[in-house]
Design a protein around this ligand. Structure first.
Ligand code: SF4
Length: 393
């Protein structure tokens, strides 16, 4: 399918739309590769944390920035949100509806891990208005799940998926990772084929990145596990492209694939660098271009809210050119690209003039394509997207 026929995202210029992200920073165990703000073995803090999160929802709901704004998505991420019990989650969703103007057809996503679900919890989520599930699967290889320190089994994934369908979820994302230690293109194909056989509506597929100070980084440094070579990873990406296109999934962002009509609205808003509220420990929001980061430690977050203090650790107001560059880099992650007239309207800056020679070179080298007023990465640029985008920072 030619990229020009991709669904083009609605821009955010002049529209008072935004998303809401709520962070639950708790997990059963810590995966060996994880550098996210998530804490294992601190379940006892969950009730106090949820109370504090309600407090921040209430505060931000009455904030002038939120009051006259409608929200088209609510995304509850983590961590593992479904480590919470049904009532904790449904109260969180009800409270969000009570304090924010959520659109009647807002996309409401909950991230989950396969061994933290039950039929009862899924039904409760569906009744509370959740209409999208994002399941962290990562691999269908039992060996890889063990190597990654995942706390669930392959069987847990099948069960979770079947229960989600039975509870009525018709919009499910599966998160998978490739480029795992010892993984071959053949093994990746097997995982992907198994995943596709479940027929979810959406896939998020990320190459494993080894983060400093994680157990995985130590294992690699000690030679106890070995990552695939660049060529092997390229083969895995080729397998992905072929297999998913064949099954009707459209690649709409560098790492995201969807059946028609199932692009993630919340993340599309993020890639367009529009506005979203980030609530909870470590969450980052972007309020009309001002980045607001919350304090990462859940205990500190709780105490700040309880003491009527702001739980904010940093506020960064980007100047217009920096906000423009950030919007370029994020927007080009979407395969439809960025509307140049829309960018000009939003920032009074034209990317062709702003980047001058760099832009000319990228167009001449066929790394970027300008077509019908839309600027996008070329097919050739996709495997080296990070290097291309780095030239626009
Ligand atoms: S489930 Fe996700 S957030 Fe939790 S430890 Fe594993 S990778 Fe990190």
């Amino acid at each position: 399918m030619p990229p020009s026929s991709l669904n083009r995202p609605a821009g955010c210029s002049g529209v008072n739309k935004a998303g809401i992200y709520l962070h639950i920073p708790f997990c059963r165990t810590k995966c060996y590769y994880c550098a996210f703000n998530s804490h294992a073995g601190r379940e006892a803090e969950i009730p106090a944390y949820m109370q504090a999160l309600h407090g921040q929802i209430q505060r931000m709901g009455s904030h002038p920035w939120s009051r006259n704004r409608s929200f088209s998505s609510l995304y509850i991420g983590g961590g593992t949100p479904t480590i919470c019990d049904s009532s904790q989650l449904t109260e969180l969703i009800a409270n969000s509806f009570a304090h924010f103007q959520l659109d009647a057809h807002a996309e409401i996503t909950v991230e989950t891990n396969p061994n933290t679900l039950s039929a009862e919890k899924l039904l409760a989520l569906a009744r509370a208005g959740v209409n999208r599930l994002s399941i962290g699967v990562q691999s269908f290889s039992a060996r890889q799940l063990t190597n990654l320190g995942r706390s669930h089994t392959v069987e847990d994934v099948y069960l979770a998926f079947a229960m989600a369908r039975s509870a009525g979820f018709s919009n499910i994302n599966l998160d998978l990772m490739y480029g795992l230690p010892g993984q071959t293109a053949r093994e990746w194909r097997e995982t992907l084929e198994t995943a596709v056989s479940l027929a979810p509506e959406h896939f998020s597929l990320y190459e494993l990145t080894v983060e400093e100070k994680t157990p995985l980084a130590a294992l690699i440094a000690n030679g106890q596990c070995v990552l695939p070579t660049e060529d092997q990873v390229a083969d895995m990406e080729e397998v992905t492209g072929e297999l998913l296109a064949d099954k009707g999934y459209q690649r709409y962002e560098i790492s995201n694939y969807a059946k028609p009509g199932f692009m993630c609205r919340h993340n599309s808003n993020y890639w367009q660098n529009c506005s979203w509220l980030g609530l909870g420990a470590g969450a980052v929001g972007s309020l009309s271009g001002t980045k607001v980061s919350n304090t990462a430690d859940p205990a500190l977050f709780i105490s700040r809210i309880n003491n009527d203090e702001e739980p904010v650790s940093e506020i960064e107001c980007l100047c217009r050119p920096a906000h423009f560059r950030e919007t370029m880099i994020m927007g080009l992650r979407m395969l439809a690209g960025i509307s140049v007239p829309e960018l000009e309207k939003r920032f009074q800056l034209n990317p062709l003039h702003y980047y001058g020679k760099t832009m000319e070179t990228l167009l001449e080298q066929d790394m970027l394509v300008l077509q019908d007023g839309w600027l996008r990465l070329s097919r050739k640029a996709l495997p080296v997207a990070n290097q291309v985008l780095a030239r626009l920072v």
